[in-house]
Ligand binder design. Structure first.
Ligand code: FES
Length: 175
């Protein structure tokens, strides 16, 4: 988000940044984002910093307050980007989302980043990662993102029960 905001501002746009996190400790780069944007609004889900709420609350306020926002760019967890797109659709506000969070190998080989955009199959790593958020099938992507949750839980439990992770390749090293 930071280089995008900075470039848009340098190109002469008025950039309203909104950053949020579950709690204060998880917020980062507030100072850098403040410098990159014309204005920065901050929120935390639990209200531990600045104000309580979601980024979509602040986005709705900004859209209605300014009335002339031309483009929304959303980058973050899938549920957040989905909620942003649901909101901006109501205002017919063009929205770009970045789906790099679903990428794994980034080469077009593993297929993890497969996503349906505008009814067509795309790979975030080779076709994106930026897409028209209003064309992204978030429901399908959300279903795909939890397919291996049971296996992930088992792997995490095994990892935690082992203490320090020992490399499984046979080299005898840690991590
Ligand atoms: S990240 Fe593996 S195919 Fe895109």
């Amino acid at each position: 988000m930071h280089p995008i905001a900075r470039a848009l501002k340098e190109a002469g746009n008025r950039v309203t940044g909104i950053i949020g996190a579950r709690t204060k400790e998880l917020l980062f780069w507030e100072d850098k984002m403040r410098a990159a944007c014309s204005e920065l609004r901050v929120t935390t889900d639990d209200g531990s910093y600045v104000r309580k709420g979601f980024v979509t609350d602040l986005l709705k306020e900004a859209i209605e307050e300014k009335g002339d926002i031309a483009l929304c760019v959303a980058i973050g967890p899938l549920p957040m980007m989905r909620a942003v797109c649901d909101l901006t659709k109501k205002y017919n506000l063009k929205t770009i989302v970045s789906l790099n969070s679903i990428m794994v190998d980034g080469t077009g080989m593993c297929g993890c980043c497969r996503v349906t955009v505008g009814g067509r199959t795309k790979f975030a790593c080779v076709d994106g990662p930026e897409f028209d958020g209003h064309q992204v099938d978030f429901a399908e992507m959300s279903r795909r993102s939890v397919i291996y949750k049971p296996q992930e839980q088992i792997a995490l439990q095994r990892y935690n029960s082992q203490g320090a992770h020992k490399c499984g390749c046979g080299c005898g090293g840690d991590r």
